[in-house]
Design a protein around this ligand. Structure first.
Ligand code: IPE
Ligand code: MG
Length: 216
């Protein structure tokens, strides 16, 4: 989710307002994914590198995450969505960690769309933590063992990685999992995302030929 700040600046509004509208876009996109039959969707809400932003901005992002957990995510659990998280949650305020853990727990037997949210997430950090777990469990370093010790254990590799707001880099997102993902680059800022954007992304993806290193 990118471009919240620029979206707000363009409207002569504070960055915080951009993040607030970014949450509205998140709700629209999750609803659209569910409606359109997407099975798993992951979002990058807060990275291991975002902590270098001014405290005021971090605080407002953390407030929004807590609010989203208390309101939307609870509703998603009730709608049979499997809400899960990736990242190091223990750097978050204790009450937020508790809220997220109880949501993940409550959603674990659900059977609907997987909504996976990266919070204090970094792809390198995730791979390093998986490797450390293999060492602890004295398991051989194999692709399968790494897969099953990542935060995304049990999920499929993403078919599509979407970068928005004109950015053309991965920014430490799902480094391991994106080996054969199709990239879709969108110029729209995140707060402008909605069902129409999701449809555009799926349409572009459906025209791609995937060979996974093989021949057609
Ligand atoms: C992304 O929007 C939101 C988060 C990192 C949570 P940005 O804050 O990066 O917005 P720009 O890139 O400055 O416009
Ligand atoms: Mg940005």
């Amino acid at each position: 989710m990118d471009g919240n700040g620029r979206w707000a600046k363009r409207r002569l509004m504070p960055r915080k307002y951009g993040h607030k509208m970014g949450v509205e876009a998140l709700k629209r996109v999750i609803a659209a994914c569910d409606k359109l039959g997407v099975k798993e969707v992951s979002f990058f809400a807060l990275s291991t590198e975002n902590w270098s932003r001014p405290k005021d901005e971090i605080d407002s992002l953390l407030d929004m995450i807590k609010k989203f957990a208390d309101e939307e995510m609870k509703e998603y659990v009730g709608k049979n969505y499997r809400v899960r998280f990736m990242g190091e949650l223990h750097r978050l305020p204790l009450e937020t960690q508790r809220a997220l853990e109880s949501i993940a727990q409550a959603a674990k037997d659900n059977t609907g769309i997987v909504v996976n949210i990266g919070i204090n997430y970094g792809g390198r950090d995730e791979i390093a933590r998986a490797a450390e777990k293999l060492v602890q469990e004295n398991l051989p370093v194999t692709v399968e063992n790494i897969n099953s010790h990542l935060d995304t254990a049990g999920m499929h590799d993403p078919d599509i990685i979407v970068r928005c707001a004109g950015e053309k880099r991965l920014s430490n997102f799902m480094l391991w999992q994106c080996a054969y993902s199709e990239f879709v680059l969108i110029d729209d800022y995140w707060p402008d995302f909605g069902e129409e954007t999701v449809m555009r992304i799926i349409k572009e993806y459906s025209g791609r030929e995937r060979r996974f290193g093989g021949l057609k």
